[in-house]
Design a protein around this ligand. Structure first.
Ligand SMILES: NC(=O)c1ccc[n+]([C@@H]2O[C@H](COP(=O)([O-])OP(=O)(O)OC[C@H]3O[C@@H](n4cnc5c(N)ncnc54)[C@H](OP(=O)(O)O)[C@@H]3O)[C@@H](O)[C@H]2O)c1
Length: 295
């Protein structure tokens, strides 16, 4: 199938070729990523519209809801298209007050893999990211080997095909790669948060996908006068420019922008066709400096 999002190209994730324009399902849970979707029918429609448009990489997690987002994905898309790569993550659980709690023990990691299998209705998970708590949305140094070894064991048992890491440092990626091949890294990165420049380049050389979370700014969507002006000059929206910039930034970047709206999904996917002239790239590159705290 040829689609408009083919313009964004493809990359190898694990041993599958996925379109670089993917979708992140977190926004399908209720407020605070807790409980059922505000609009169940719309949640199903967003997932189906994404796949219809050619999206074959969807990011999810069993602690979105919890359980709810995986169950909605299953309801909307199972039996899954052969080329659909569902990527999930483990390493946290939710408190009854919607809090995000660490869940790193061997037992918790194993039971999280089984929760994902059950709620997605799969016998094997294509890619599982181990998500470190770190400094919530930024990584912090510390050992990672024990958790990666548990995932490697589950891979040996055939429950997982590929392993990824989330919210990690370059040193942690290297430590994990000594234990098992790493398919992808998922960290916060966007026009305003560019701490991972060197890591992205290293991963690109190693053929490892880099999947930015909060590509549009997440819970506080990106706002910048420069971004708005560039978008107006290009007759595009700021969100489209932010996504086109990520696509341009490095060929190993895969997009998983999130939305609970079909209209926003379609707007975001159309960024695959947006070319950014050199002078727009220069202006956009300045946004990280505007966003940096003054010293
Ligand atoms: N590994 C991790 O720790 C981690 C952390 C966070 C997220 N993630 C993953 O990354 C994915 C993306 O992150 P995210 O969804 O938090 O953030 P995001 O993609 O940066 O932004 C989503 C926010 O932008 C809004 N939005 C999306 N498209 C828009 C448009 N065209 N115009 C205006 N507003 C728009 C969404 O609201 P509407 O629903 O109204 O469109 C939502 O509030 C998640 O779905 C999840 O799979 C991973």
């Amino acid at each position: 199938m040829t689609t408009a999002i083919d313009k964004a190209g493809t990359f190898t994730l694990g041993d599958r070729t996925v379109r670089r324009m993917g979708y992140g399902a977190m926004q399908l849970a209720g407020p605070g990523v807790f409980g059922p979707p505000r609009d169940h029918a719309q949640a199903l429609a967003v997932l189906r519209a994404a796949v219809e448009a050619g999206v074959n990489h969807i990011d999810t997690c069993d602690y979105y809801g919890p359980h709810v987002v995986n169950q909605v994905i299953r309801e909307a898309l199972a039996p899954y298209p052969d080329d659909l790569t569902l990527v999930t993550k483990i390493g946290a659980r939710r408190g009854s007050d919607a809090s995000w709690l660490p869940a790193f023990s061997r037992e918790e990691l194993i039971s999280a893999v089984h929760d994902n299998l059950r709620n997605l209705g799969l016998e094997r998970l294509e890619v599982v990211n181990f998500r470190r708590m770190g400094k919530v949305h930024a990584p912090s140094e510390g050992p990672i080997e024990a958790e990666v070894e548990v995932l490697a064991e589950l891979r040996e048992q055939g429950l997982i095909r590929h392993i990824g890491l989330s919210n990690v440092t370059a040193a942690q990626v290297e430590a994990a790669r000594k234990i098992v091949p790493i398919a992808c890294v998922q960290n916060q990165y966007n026009l305003a948060h560019r701490e991972d420049e060197a890591l992205i380049a290293t991963l690109a050389e190693q053929g490892i996908a880099y999947v930015p979370f909060f590509p549009l700014g997440g819970f506080t969507p990106l706002q910048s006068e420069t971004l708005s002006r560039v978008a107006a000059d290009l007759h595009a929206t700021p969100m489209q420019v932010a996504l086109a910039w990520l696509l341009h930034r490095s060929p190993n970047i895969l997009l998983i922008s999130g939305t609970s709206s079909v209209a926003h999904l379609q707007e975001n996917l159309a960024a695959a066709e947006l070319a950014l002239p050199a002078e727009a790239l220069t202006r956009l590159d300045g946004i990280a400096k505007e966003a940096a705290p003054a010293h």
